[in-house]
Design a protein around this ligand. Structure first.
Ligand code: HEM
Length: 483
């Protein structure tokens, strides 16, 4: 097996760290116990194991993550042993893992007062220090106002026809005349085009997706900047993107300053408007443009691919969904959909929601405590990391009856707050959740009404690196429907 230099480096680093750690562990055991006892005297830490010093339980965490079994192999056994809240050490950071609606509410709704979101240094460097996910307080509120407003149902109304054209064009150019395609790769290319062409009004040029994907590959890599490391390659790609986007931002600014009367409806023009007013800087515009591609890309395409997989495994659901789309299509003059048509796709949205309950594109995310937090009789100390997970509630039988079965109708009834969290919650709730919904439903509509399709590998393995994806790209056999 040939290891990539970056992976090799990580392994060497981990092995050295493990050797030093175990030596230190032996000598420092007494001291360590003394310190922990001192902390515990003052604060009652949740139960759990910290593993080896520095390395902690990182190897167990990575191993479980790689096979997309983070919940089954890492979180769940510890819940059984220690309860819904437990301590561990991951990637050098003492961490508290929390599970359950009450804990989710506490952590997600108290962003800025008790916790702040915590991203690896590689993510912040590649997305940019000025993007919304790296901002706190007032600056976050301002940026979020601009982004979330443009991505709300009202803001997106004008985008739906353009989105339909983009999906149709994608199917005509990438699917037509083929017998087999990679659904996941196709969904990724489409999501990328949607962000650029529908949100920014910038035509996607040849090779752009590949440059962006090089940045994304480094987002969770070790921040070691060698030319051949994942992170080094990602940083280089980021410079290319920045140069390209700065050019576009300046061009758009000039255009808008010269013709102030021209109506501007895209998210891009909203950002430039605020740049002209001096509310945000050019760096903030560029960093947020990069972030939105990252936030939309692997998440939406995974949800799209997994929805098709679930439909293939549940033929009755597939028939019901198809009937819904045939009805919507029959009641329309042309092919272009409106927001009102999308609102009629109630069953389809339940199918997508159920898919994301069972296979959430985001496992959960990290926060950092900015104050000591008392919860469930324990203290989460200031400075510690906190990991909240979607699985902790999505797979809880007390919240979702028979949780492993696929049942879209469970969404007929309202769902208790902070139990269904594919889009997170609180002040950092996904700013693009409405766009994700519309994109997935429009894509479903055009595919199921134009194509018969079947999975090539119904049991294809899902792996995680660090987000989940089908290991073979989910190939599907396609044939155009008889009209
Ligand atoms: C199925 C698709 C998607 C899923 C499952 C998803 C999931 C999430 C989750 C869980 C968070 C919260 C992370 C945290 O709490 O740390 C988040 C944040 C965010 N998402 Fe999404 N997302 C999706 C699509 C999109 C799209 C299409 C966009 C925009 C084009 C977008 C933009 C954002 C932004 C800007 C944030 C940061 C919000 C903030 O920090 O205030 N997402 N997303």
């Amino acid at each position: 097996m040939v290891l990539e230099p970056n992976v090799l480096l990580s392994w060497v680093f981990l092995c050295i760290a493990a050797t030093i750690s175990s030596t230190l562990f032996f000598f420092r055991k007494k001291h360590h116990r003394f310190v922990s006892k001192k902390i515990q005297k003052k604060k009652k830490l949740p139960p759990g194991e910290m593993g080896l010093p520095w390395v902690g339980e990182t190897m167990d965490f990575y191993k479980a993550q790689k096979s997309n079994r983070l919940f089954e192999d890492f979180v769940s056994p510890r819940i059984v042993k220690h309860g819904n809240i437990f301590k561990t050490k991951i990637m050098g950071s003492p961490t508290i893992v929390v599970n359950g609606a009450e804990a989710n509410r506490l952590i997600l709704s108290n962003e800025f007062s008790l916790v702040v979101s915590s991203w690896p240094s590689s993510s912040v460097q590649l997305m940019g220090r000025n993007c919304i996910m790296a901002k706190q307080g007032e600056k976050h509120r301002v940026l979020r106002g601009i982004v979330a407003n443009s991505l709300s149902y009202n803001g997106l109304e004008s985008i739906v026809p353009k989105l339909c054209d983009t999906v149709k064009f994608h199917l005509e150019t990438e699917w037509q005349g083929k017998e087999e395609i990679s659904l996941y790769r196709s969904a990724k290319a489409l999501t990328f085009t949607v962000v650029f062409e529908c949100l920014y009004g910038i035509k996607v040029e040849l090779g752009m997706l590949e440059i962006f994907e090089r940045v994304l590959e480094g987002v969770f890599a070790m921040p070691v900047e060698f030319p051949c490391s994942k992170f080094g390659r990602a940083k280089k790609a980021r410079v290319e993107i920045e140069t390209f986007l700065v050019g576009k931002v300046r061009e758009k600014r000039r255009e808008m300053e010269e013709d102030a009367e021209k109506p501007n409806t895209t998210l891009f023009s909203r950002l430039i408007e605020e740049l002209i007013k001096g509310v945000i800087t050019e760096e903030e515009v560029v960093d947020n443009m990069v972030l939105l591609v990252f936030a939309a890309h692997d998440t939406t395409s995974y949800a799209m691919a997994m929805t098709f997989r679930m439909l293939a495994q549940h033929p009755t659901c597939r028939d019901t969904l198809l009937q819904e789309h045939v009805r919507i299509k029959a009641n329309k003059g042309g092919e272009r959909l409106t927001v009102e048509d999308v609102k009629k796709m109630k069953y389809s949205w339940q199918v997508v929601r159920e898919t994301m309950r069972l296979s959430p594109p985001i496992f959960g995310s990290f926060r950092k405590a900015v104050a000591d937090i008392e919860y469930g009789g324990f203290t989460i100390p200031k400075g510690w990391k906190i990991l909240w997970t979607t699985y902790g509630t999505h797979y809880n039988p007390e919240i979702f009856q028979d949780p492993v079965s696929f049942d879209p109708t469970r969404f007929d009834k309202p769902i208790q707050a902070y139990t269904y969290l594919p889009f997170g919650g609180g002040p950092r709730l996904c700013a693009g959740h409405q766009l994700a919904k519309i994109s997935i439903l429009v894509f479903l509509h055009f595919v199921v009404t134009h194509y018969d399709w079947s999975l090539v590998y119904p049991e294809e393995t899902i792996i995680m690196d660090p987000l989940p994806f089908p290991s073979l790209g989910m190939p599907i056999k396609i044939s155009p429907k008889e009209s």
